[in-house]
Each structure stands twice: as C-alpha cells, then as structure tokens.
Write a protein that binds this ligand. Structure first.
Ligand SMILES: Cc1cc2nc3c(=O)[nH]c(=O)nc-3n(C[C@H](O)[C@H](O)[C@H](O)COP(=O)(O)OP(=O)(O)OC[C@H]3O[C@@H](n4cnc5c(N)ncnc54)[C@H](O)[C@@H]3O)c2cc1C
Length: 447
C-alpha cells in the first residue's frame, strides 16, 4: 500500500477509467448432463466464481465446514491482487500487490491455518526519501510531508459517529447521513482534516480523485481498524511472501480449482445452479446447490450469466477505478528506498493521475534528467512485472447511495437472480483482505 517502503522501484499509477463492455459471442451450450462425458461434469455443494481474496477464503471456509467446492478463476493463479515476484537470480520474493494486513483476528487465524507467520511491518529506513512531481521529474523544493496527527484526530472524531461503517458489509441507515454523501474534498474542509489527506490518499490507491468521490467510500475504506493500523502498525508476512497463502490454499484445494476458466452460461434456479465453463480442456458442466459470486459484479464480468432485471440494473450503476502495479529494473536511478509522487501545485500535494506503461518509462526518464538525484545513469528501463488490477474499487454515485442502492444490493443475497446465488468480495464488503474475509465468513456461515 505504501510504495515508499518497497525496496524495488514500484510505480503505481491510478486513474479513473470506464471500461467498455466485453463483446461475447455465445457458443452453443447445453445444460444437459448427457452432452458431457462424466469426467467433464463437476458436482459440488458450492461453486465459487473468482479465486481472489474472498473466493479463496470462501472455498477454504466451506471445505472446513465439510462442503464440497469448485472455484472458477479466470487467471492461472489464485490470489487476485496478491502478486509476489521471485527474482530469478537471488530467489528473493518481492510483493508488488497486497503487502499489508490489518491486525485483526480473522487475518491472524487465516494465516495461522496455513502455518504462515506474520510480523509487524517495519517502514523505517535509513535511505533517502525523494519527493518528486512525476509530471516534471523535478524534486518539489521545500516540501515537507505534513504531520497527519491533528488531521487524523479530527478524522477519527468523525469516524466515531458512524459505528455502522465498522460492519463487514454496507449496512447503511436510511436516510444515509448527508456528510457521507458529500464529496470527500468538502468533508476535508468541513472537518479540517487537511494534514491527514496525503496519507489517506497514499493508502486509498485505486480510488481515483479522492477529493471528488462520496465521503462514504473514504470513511468506509479508511475506517477505524485502518486508523488503528496507522497508529499501532500493520501486519505483513514474516517471510516476505504474501503469495504463499494462496499457493498453499491452491495446493489444498487441488483439483477443485479451475484456473484459466470462465463461465459461458448459467442456469440458476431456487434449487441449485448449472454453469457451463470454458476450461483449457474444453467445456465442462458444473452443478451445485449454491453459487457464490466473488468476482467483481460488473455486467461485463458476468456476460454469460442469466442476470435478473434487478441484478442487471444494480450492476450497471458501478463506476470503477483503475490500478496498475509494476516492477521496473534498469531504471538508471540508484537503489533508493522511495520516490514519492508529490504534486507541486495540487491541493494537498496529491499526485496527479498518470497513464500507465509509457507514462512510467517517461516518468523515470524525467526523474533522471530533472530531479538531480545523485548517481543516475543512462539506461533503458525494463518491465520485470506488470499487472493490471483494473477495474478496481466499484462504487456508485451519491444519488444512488441516497436512493437505497446498498439496501437493494444486500437484498440480492440468496434472493437475487435465484435463491441459490450469494455474493461476496470488495464491492459488497470493502477493499482490504481482512475485510473481505470477514464478510465472506458471514456469507459462508449463513449458507
Ligand atoms: C495493487 C493492490 C494492492 C493492494 N494491497 C493491499 C494490501 O496491502 N492489504 C490489503 O488488505 N488489501 C490490499 N489490496 C486490496 C485487496 O487486494 C482487495 O480488497 C481484495 O483482493 C478484494 O478481494 P476480492 O475477492 O473482492 O477481489 P479479488 O481479490 O480481485 O478477486 C477476484 C477474483 O475474481 C477473478 N475474476 C474476475 N472476473 C472473473 C470472471 N469473470 N470469471 C472468473 N474469475 C474472475 C479475478 O481474476 C480475481 O482472482 C490491494 C489491492 C491492489 C489492487
């Protein structure tokens, strides 16, 4: 979450993006078991769409409750936004996706289940932090980071008013308090939390322009447990390998995980679901009593689904953010702990948006020529790893929130397209591994 602590130069570019719908030519599919050879028919208690943080947790929690599961994941690995790169030369692991965890019971239990030790993340560094405006590549003269203490105090006082924001899901009162609907930029001014804004923004990556989004999303994401993390410390894996959690889960789930697979068509009834999935081996038929959708519930993402009118109308309302991460070598910039993007002339010095790959290279080159950081050398930057986490952070407008969007969304659980369908994931919970796990635990326990 804090690129400044990474030992390898990590550029995170965030910008708002609206994704075009996927075009989807539907092949002829059959829900009839007679159309499939027996080994291509998968019968389970529960089928889980998506094997990221919430989907993997759901599958393991179901297994622990003696339910049989199948996980359908479009990528060739479990873990979603958790990406760990292994340097081929040294074997050293570098987490360049999920890095930190809140110090809460569910996090400790889930890691303990896989025998993975956690430790308090240490941000202290002997190396020089550089503050550079990425638009110019120049160091921002005279910039000193604001001490966020007073801002966090004022922010914490506001958070304390809204105990419901600590619930695992969006359990909002009716009417939704006006302050949660105003743009966060107005909230900052109203409650004088200026000095904490840069820090909140560093944590709330992938949210786009923080000043413009409904305050609800900032307060919900940067909530009481997050604030506590800033005060008492976050956890991270002691072995510096967050991917280990998902590797071990993947091994345990074995043949119940269908990687590089997508759903072509669904038939959901109140008594169960049938899913035709495209796997690397061909079409398979999954038959289950229940379906948990953990993948982001965008219409484009659920193209093969028999969505109800209500599901479609809710999922069409999402606005999405974008989030990219990469590891770059041969930057020509000496090994330094951090270069933080600081807007020289933007409100609260928030970093301006950036385009992605070409912008990263252009930024590195600008920094080399304009920053005056000693020891820079000519070189051609190389992408060692690059990941798109887009679309990210699904949210809706203030008007939709006011109009009861989340009450309608929550009403889909076990009742939306059919009584057999349940939802989890960040759109229903909020972003943060511990939070999606806590929400998922509630869904699984209620099945
Ligand atoms: C770069 C980055 C860094 C982060 N750092 C942290 C951190 O340090 N600490 C923290 O707690 N949180 C962090 N987060 C947030 C955290 O990763 C998310 O909140 C969490 O992953 C959300 O879980 P999820 O299950 O909703 O989504 P995901 O983990 O994204 O899982 C969704 C899964 O569904 C799959 N999928 C999508 N569509 C389909 C489809 N149509 N068919 C099949 N599969 C599909 C995806 O490939 C993915 O595996 C970070 C996020 C990002 C992007």
């Amino acid at each position: 979450m804090k690129p400044s602590i990474r030992q390898t130069l990590l550029f995170l570019a965030t910008c708002l993006a609206t994704l075009p719908p996927l075009t989807h030519a539907a092949p002829a599919v059959s829900f009839d078991t007679a159309s499939y050879s027996p080994s291509f028919i998968i019968k389970r208690d529960v089928v889980v769409l998506g094997g990221g943080a919430s989907g993997t947790y759901a599958a393991i929690a179901l297994r622990d409750r003696k339910k049989s599961v199948a996980v359908i994941e479009k990528q060739d690995y479990l873990g979603g936004h958790t990406n760990t790169y292994t340097d081929p030369a040294s074997g050293k692991k570098i987490d360049y996706g999920v890095v930190l965890y809140e110090d809460i019971d569910i996090v400790k239990k889930f890691f303990a289940r896989f025998d993975i030790p956690l430790t308090v993340a240490n941000f202290s560094s002997q190396l020089t932090p550089y503050r550079v405006d990425f638009r110019t590549g120049k160091q921002v003269a005279g910039y000193t980071p604001a001490d966020p203490t007073a801002g966090f105090g004022a922010y914490g006082a506001q958070l304390a008013k809204y105990a419901f924001l600590n619930e695992p899901g969006y359990d909002l009162p009716n009417p939704v308090p006006d302050d949660l609907l105003i743009p966060f930029g107005d909230f900052i001014k109203k409650y004088k939390i200026d000095s904490a804004v840069f820090t909140i923004n560093e944590y709330a990556q992938g949210f786009g322009n923080l000043l413009e989004i409904p305050s609800l999303y900032v307060l919900r994401y940067f909530g009481t447990s997050t604030l506590a993390g800033f005060q008492a410390g976050f956890l991270t894996t002691a072995r510096g390998n967050n991917g280990e959690l998902y590797e071990k889960a993947s091994k345990e789930l074995g043949g119940d995980v269908f990687l590089s697979s997508t759903v072509i068509a669904t038939l959901r009834t109140n008594n169960g679901v049938k899913l035709v999935i495209q796997t690397p081996q061909g079409l398979k038929l999954v038959i289950a009593s229940k379906l948990i959708i953990s993948a982001p519930p965008l219409v484009s993402n659920l193209a093969g689904f028999d969505l109800s009118t209500q599901e479609r109308s809710l999922f069409q309302q999402w606005v999405t953010g974008a989030y990219y991460t990469s590891l770059v070598s041969d930057t020509g910039i000496p090994d330094i702990d951090s270069i933080t993007n600081v807007g020289a002339d933007t409100p609260y010095n928030l970093p301006p948006d950036a385009a992605v790959k070409s912008a990263i290279v252009a930024t590195i080159n600008r920094i080399k020529t304009a920053s005056g950081i000693p020891g820079t050398t000519p070189s051609t930057p190389k992408f060692v790893a690059f990941n798109s986490h887009t679309p990210y952070e699904l949210r809706v407008s203030s008007d939709a929130i006011k109009g009861g969007f989340y009450a309608q969304l929550n009403a889909l659980q076990g009742a939306g397209g059919a009584k057999s369908t349940f939802y989890t994931g960040a759109a229903f919970a909020r972003h943060g591994s511990g939070d999606v796990w806590a929400f998922t635990e509630g869904i699984v326990a209620g099945l």
